[in-house]
Design a protein around this ligand. Sequence first.
Ligand SMILES: Nc1ncnc2c1ncn2[C@@H]1O[C@H](COP(=O)(O)OP(=O)(O)OP(=O)(O)O)[C@@H](O)[C@H]1O
Ligand SMILES: [Mg+2]
Length: 194
Amino acid sequence: MNKRVILITGTPCVGKTTTAKALAAILDAEYINLTDYAKANGLTLGEDKERDTLIIDEENMPQKLSETINASNKDNVIIDGHYASAVTPTEHVAHVFVLRRNPKELKQFMEKCGYTGSKMWENLQAEIIDVCLGEAVEVHAGRVCELDVTGKSVEEVVSEILDVLEKRKTCFVGVVDWLGMLEAEGITDQYLKE
Ligand SMILES: Nc1ncnc2c1ncn2[C@@H]1O[C@H](COP(=O)(O)OP(=O)(O)OP(=O)(O)O)[C@@H](O)[C@H]1O
Ligand SMILES: [Mg+2]
């Protein structure tokens, strides 16, 4: 069976898990949340206390993921995580969807997710300077879809992904320019200050 592996990536709190689970339900896909997967498979190396995040064993995760993908009896495997691009072996990957959210809206989402202070600003800055998109393109060039999910419902985002998967739409990289937007509004320093 030829399995289709789909990565859903993007800055923390952008909406990956909500989107990926909704998509997985529609496609009857195997769903892998990388944080849960790392914990369940002993692929953590401890805790980054300063950032309050788990340190992931990025060296051993690709091999383990490969085994899980090969062992799956599903046609579609959806991998959800902000470092999905880095740890999923390229030979498996069919599509990488990088969810993007306007930093003004993302800030509100992050506050709702419980982010504060330097952790929030660090993640917002990662969104502004396209960190996840850059990682996706670096590793999976030609398979990357950048989706601006700002103001869209989960259903709308899933529908856009299905349009690409079912070849009704082609996808692009270079669809958002948050830095340009912040500059045009004269508020860059509010976001890049810390
Ligand atoms: N399209 C959407 N419209 C409105 N709210 C959304 C949408 N997608 C996700 N949310 C909400 O945004 C918050 C973050 O979503 P989610 O947990 O899916 O993000 P994530 O990218 O998986 O975050 P993390 O990186 O922490 O795992 C949740 O409260 C979720 O309900
Ligand atoms: Mg999540």
